[in-house]
Each structure stands twice: as C-alpha cells, then as structure tokens.
Design a protein around this ligand. Structure first.
Ligand code: GLY
Ligand code: MN
Ligand code: MN
Length: 491
C-alpha cells in the first residue's frame, strides 16, 4: 500500500518548505491530545451478527472486503468518498470510513477472526501531517486512532501497513470482493498468478460467489436497518416539503429543475446527510426520460414535475421516493386520469405484498392495471389480456422499467443476489423494496392522443414486508391527488 501514500505531483506549484529546520519546527509545539475512546456504536452488534452469518458460508476461506479508494474526479480532485456497501454492512462504518480501509476475515477454527485494517492517525512528526494534501491532517483533518475505531465498531484494528502480510500470504482460499478496490484485487490476483489458469479462474469465480452471498445477506433487513430506512424516508419527506415550499421561486427561475435539485440537496446537507443517487427533477416532457438528471429545464405552470429523490444517511442507508406534482397546484383532467391509473397500479401492487408471495407478483399486479387502463383508453392494438401475453406486452411501451427493486444501503440493493432469491424469490418479513409504477407518454408518440403526449407520472414508495402484510414507509408523503393538491395549496 505504500505507493498510495505519496502525494500526487504538484512540483510545478508546490511551495512547501522542505528543510530539516522547518520539519523540526512544524512537528513540535503542539498540545497533548488525550485519546478518548467512544462507546461502541449502535450498529456494532448488528454488524458482528452479519459477519457471523457470512463466516458460516465460507468456512476455511480468508475473506477480504475492501472499502475502496477515493475516485478521481479530475486531476488531483476526488469525488466525495463513499465506502463499498458490503464493507459498510459488515463493519457498521458509514460516511466516516477512512478511504482505503480493508476488512479481513481470517479463518479460525470453525469460524473467522475479523480485523479491520486502516490508515491510522499519522504522527505530527511525519511529513504527511502537513505536506500531503490527500490525507494529511493539516489538509483534511485528523483521522481516528486504531483504538478509537476499534472501540467504536467493536472490531480488532491494525494499521494498513500490516495488510502487506495478508497480501503476501494470499492463496487459493483467499476471496476478495472484486469490485471494491481494483488495485488490491490486482495485487491479490498477482500473488496466485503462478498457479494453473484453471485455479486462478476458479478463485475469481469464488470471489463472485462472495459478492453474491454479501448481496443475499442484505435481502432481509435487521432491526437496525429497518430503523435507518424509516429515518431515511422521514428525512426525504422533509426534502420534498422544502421543494413544495420553494415552488414559486422554482417556477420563476429559467432553470427551475436545478432549483428543485438544489433545494432537495440543501435539505440533505443541512440535516447532516447526502443523497443516495442523483436527484431527478423532471418537468413537462422531461418526466418521460426515466433518469433525467440533467435538470436544466424550466418548471412551467400547467405542467407536471416528477421528482425522484432519496436521502442517504450517515449510515449509508437511502430512501428512493418519487412524487409527481401539478406545478400550478391542480391536476388537469388528462394529468389526473394518468395519475389515478398509476396510483391504482401502485395500490394494487401494495395490496398483494405479504410474506410467502413471489417478488415478481408485485410487478405482475401493477402491470395488469397498466395494461387494463391503457387498453381502456384505446392505446393498445388489442385487449389488455392479449397485451399481457409474454410475446405482446404492448402496454410496456408506456412503462419500460420494472415496478420494484430492493432498497437499503444501495438504492438498487442486493444487486448480485441470484434471480431465484430476487425476482423469483419469496417475500419475507424485513424485506424493503420500492413500488414505483409509472406511465410515460413521449411527446412524439403517435399511438396516443395529442393531449396525453408529454405527460409522465411515476409514484414511488418504499415498502417494508411485515409479519402478515406490508407497511408503506413513505405513505406520509402526500400521494393521492387530493393530498397532493392540499400539500401544494398549503404553501
Ligand atoms: N431513482 C432510481 C430508481 O427509482 O430506481
Ligand atoms: Mn427506485
Ligand atoms: Mn427512484
């Protein structure tokens, strides 16, 4: 890891003094900093339980779960660091993760011993302290000590330099989460590269099994995670309230969509959070672009504005919620017709959610409503029943995306889980997913009457499977036409 500590080249503009006199001078004259140890954070026992469940799946194998490195945005500037979700899930370390950290589960008896390697606080006698803009205390603030992080997360900790011994000792039974830290994965692969190609390939495949298991471990949320999802949804509701409150200013601005994004993101930052994905602020026919994040359009009176946004907490759990609002305060007849159809699909899908049904039933239920309404309006070249046949699916022209995805520490959570456990899996209490039907009539779609063209509606809620049914976590954010109109009227 040593090569990563060197600061990026700025020799053409560096003014840092390098004399021994200066180094001696800047490394002295500092007050003692007593080391206070925090109590273990709330998620520590939950993370320990997750590690135990992973351990049971990989007896005898060394498991390497990196947090990842900061990603370059441009030249010597990075994107804000965000730890790999699997790392955060297994350690409980969230937005305060030190970049480059690595969790290692070392086989021990029937189980594993967990050690967290990270770049600990550097002394004030190091060059890094004042001369390294990427990681130096003068530049980005102090890092915690090994003991502080150990107490905070309830984990054994070691300095990142000691990871070298783990890398050197890697063998065919060392599995790494391969997409977390490309350089560490390359180095682990290199150590075993002299083995026959079939052994190397098998090991990479088992690395994919590790990613799969880590995804599947997250399909059912524990009590800590459910509480975080509630908090993320509540925080997202505050962001939506702010957007509604600012609507007059938004409409008056030539790039009103940018103000929607800014208002939501301001609330996220002011509350100590960030966003789980780029906010979609899509007004008028931009609402028909599913992931419209350019957000450079006007928010015009008479149009609908579709806002798809989610707060990510410091624990990295995120909400994913969409509301579609009539900019002038009341839905037109056509907007209302489309909105009510989407709401009917969402409510029908929610009504079937309970433990034991297949996840795919949620989507199938919403699609029946979408097919029926679009057939009834005369938009399909046949009946709803014909459209629902696998080789027809005409109604999907107006909603090409799926109805639901798992949600948690990733907005599209559990992405590497097997289809048998995901789309074809059965619902269990503790699962959290979205229900997000929509109807999108592109502005140049000749299959629909002119008054429907350019109308796009999505309603997205975050749903928890309970012991005997489901709870809509985001039901408190106005979603019926009457609630939405009352919300807009209150501002
Ligand atoms: N915001 C992305 C999605 O709804 O899946
Ligand atoms: Mn979604
Ligand atoms: Mn969304």
């Amino acid at each position: 890891m040593a090569e990563q500590t060197a600061p990026r080249a700025t020799t053409n503009r560096s003014t840092t003094p390098g004399s021994d006199t200066f180094k001696d001078y800047i490394s002295s004259g500092w007050a003692e900093r007593p080391e206070t140890l925090p109590e273990a954070r709330e998620q520590a026992p939950f993370a320990a339980d997750r590690r135990a469940r992973l351990s049971a799946l990989h007896t005898g194998r060394r498991l390497v779960v990196p947090a990842g490195q900061a990603k370059v945005r441009s030249n010597d500037c990075d994107f804000p660091f965000r730890a790999h979700s699997a790392f955060s899930h297994l350690t409980g370390w969230g937005s305060d993760t030190v970049p480059g950290s690595v969790l290692v589960l070392e086989p021990s008896g029937d189980g594993h011993e967990a050690t967290l390697y990270f770049r600990a606080s550097a002394g004030r006698d190091s060059d890094e302290f004042y001369a390294n803009p990427e990681i130096g205390e003068f530049w980005i603030g102090p890092r915690p000590t090994l003991a502080q992080v150990g107490a905070d997360l309830g984990l054994a900790t070691r300095d990142l330099a000691d990871l070298e011994a783990v890398v050197a000792g890697a063998d065919g039974d060392t599995l790494v989460v391969r997409d977390a830290d490309a350089e560490l994965t390359r180095r682990l692969d290199e150590v075993t590269a002299s083995e026959p190609a079939s052994v190397v390939a098998e090991r990479a495949e088992r690395g994919d099994d590790l990613a799969r298991d880590l995804s599947e471990l997250r399909l059912v949320k524990d009590a800590y995670e459910v509480a975080q999802m509630r908090r993320a949804v509540d925080a997202t509701g505050r962001g939506f309230d702010d957007v509604v409150a600012d609507l007059d200013e938004i409409v008056a601005h030539e790039r009103g969509e940018r103000l929607v994004e800014g208002t939501f993101n301001r609330r996220a930052r002011a509350d100590g959070n960030t966003v789980g994905y780029d906010t979609i602020a899509a007004s008028g026919d931009h609402a028909c672009v599913l992931h419209w994040t350019r957000n450079d359009g006007v928010v015009a009176p008479g149009d609908l504005i579709l806002v798809d946004a989610g707060i990510e907490l410091e624990s990295l759990y995120t909400a994913d919620i969409t509301r579609t609002l009539p900019v002038s305060g009341r839905f037109t007849d056509v907007q209302r017709l489309v909105y009510e159809a989407v709401l009917e699909a969402a409510d029908a899908a929610f009504a079937v959610v309970r433990p034991g049904i297949a996840f795919r039933e949620v989507h199938a239920t919403a699609m029946r409503v979408i097919a029926e309404r679009t057939a009834e309006w005369g938009f399909l070249p046949g009946t709803a029943a014909e459209s629902l046949e696998p080789d027809a699916q005409w109604h999907r022209r107006y909603m090409v995306h799926g109805t639901s995805h798992h949600l948690g520490i990733d907005v599209h959570d559990c992405a590497a889980a097997r289809r048998d456990l995901y789309l074809d899996g059965l619902l269990e209490p503790g699962m959290v997913f979205t229900i997000e039907p929509g109807l999108y009539f592109q502005s140049d779609d000749l299959t629909v009457p002119e008054e429907f063209r350019g109308v796009g509606v999505r309603i997205e809620d975050d749903v928890l499977v309970t012991a005997d049914g489901a709870e809509n976590l985001s039901v408190g954010i106005p979603r019926t036409t009457a609630e939405v109109e009352a919300w807009l009227a209150r501002r």
